[in-house]
Design a protein around this ligand. Structure first.
Ligand code: SAM
Ligand code: SF4
Ligand code: SF4
Length: 339
């Protein structure tokens, strides 16, 4: 048995998020506010074989959970073929995070290929609000997508909460989630990537979310056993559970066991990393898996990231990057690094 690396804070490496495309069919205001971007060049995008090799190498370092993201991952041609290749590796979990627009037509093929769980991002059930937030009119297709995967194990709905914008959607989303057998996770608005208009005044904090849900539902119980998961979980008196990802006001860096790979093979050991490690270069050099493993082993042992915790300490906090920086370095974009 090969030894698993621990980083500078003693954290193991267990979870890998792979972005398979930087393209998206929505334009969520907090992520991709612009219509057009400098897209990654096609020849730089990792092939399915390169992605599968990457996952296999990370598996030998301790990774047992993989999540496919983007951009919108369902825009990547033949995605079920990648899932089939990954499922031959015997991972504990192969998840997909999607905006749901293309989910219904792909659902059968994705699960047949070996997908184990789906998370659909959904910020509003009220059509005008959905359109305003996503800058597209696709709510019906998203709802059809969610219904197509209703009651599948581990189904989640992820909602970015923007204060004064979609607060009204918390209770309807909880109701909808119950009807489709999903768990909602309310996410605090983060200052990363395309959130160029981010201001702390727009963040609906975990504490505020809990206060407003208590007013509506009465006592809320915090559930134990969060482990390395980003969401803290809670239970309403009705028995319904939900999560809150408090990345902005109560980060969870101490237990972070996650690494990200962008569609063009940049390795990021933190969502807030300003620079990555060029994994594509390693994959396309004449190196065998063990040589790459050794390099990644070293890389992880040198990790001391705690980006969200450091951001809390910043006085006068604003967006992490401004539009000019994002144009200059597309790897700072959330749709490139995968959320
Ligand atoms: N397109 C897919 C989707 O939306 O599910 C996958 C990629 S998206 C970048 C992954 C997640 O990042 C989504 O749940 C999205 O809401 C979240 N996200 C993007 N920008 C964010 C921000 N500024 N704050 C918090 N979450 C954000
Ligand atoms: Fe696209 Fe997802 Fe970003 Fe929305 S959050 S713009 S769906 S990548
Ligand atoms: Fe992990 Fe970085 Fe997010 Fe902290 S900010 S939880 S270290 S990815």
């Amino acid at each position: 048995m090969l030894e698993d690396p621990l980083d500078g804070f003693g954290r193991p490496l267990r979870s890998l998020r792979i972005s398979v495309t930087d393209r998206c069919n929505l334009r969520c205001r907090y992520c991709m506010p612009e219509e057009n971007y400098h897209w990654l060049r096609r020849n730089l995008i990792l092939s399915f074989e390169e992605l599968t090799r990457t996952v296999r190498i990370f598996q030998s370092l301790g990774v047992d959970r993989v999540r496919i993201t983007g951009g919108e991952p369902l825009l990547r041609k033949d995605l079920p073929v990648l899932i089939e290749q990954l499922s031959s590796l015997g991972l504990k979990e192969i998840g997909l995070t999607t905006n749901g627009v293309l989910l219904a037509p792909f659902k059968e093929r994705l699960f047949a290929a070996g997908l184990t769980r789906v998370t659909v991002s959904l910020d509003a059930l009220e059509p005008e609000l959905f359109n305003k937030l996503s800058q597209r009119n696709d709510l019906e297709r998203v709802l059809e997508g969610v219904r197509s995967v209703a009651h599948t194990p581990g189904l989640k709905l992820d909602t970015v909460m923007l204060k004064g914008v979609n607060d009204s959607q918390m209770v309807p989303l909880l109701d909808f989630a119950r009807s489709v057998g999903a768990e909602v996770r309310f996410i605090e608005y983060m200052d990363v990537g395309g959130a160029t208009k981010w201001s702390s005044a727009d963040v609906l904090s975990e504490a505020e979310m809990l206060t407003s849900l208590k007013e509506r539902f009465g006592e809320i119980v915090a559930l134990p056993g969060r482990g390395s998961a980003p969401a803290a979980r809670f239970q309403l008196a009705t028995g319904q559970t939900f999560g809150i990802i408090a990345s902005t006001t109560r980060p969870f860096c101490r237990s972070c066991d996650r690494v990200r790979v962008t569609a063009d093979g940049q390795l990021l050991t933190c969502l807030y990393s300003r620079v990555g490690r060029d994994l594509r270069e390693l994959l396309r050099k004449d190196l065998d898996d063990e040589e790459i493993r050794n390099i990644l082993f070293q890389h992880w042992t040198q990790r001391v990231d705690r980006g969200a915790e450091e951001r809390i300490a910043v006085a006068e906090r604003g967006p992490l990057a401004n539009p000019a920086e994002l144009q200059e370095n597309v790897h700072l974009e959330m749709h490139t690094r995968g959320g």
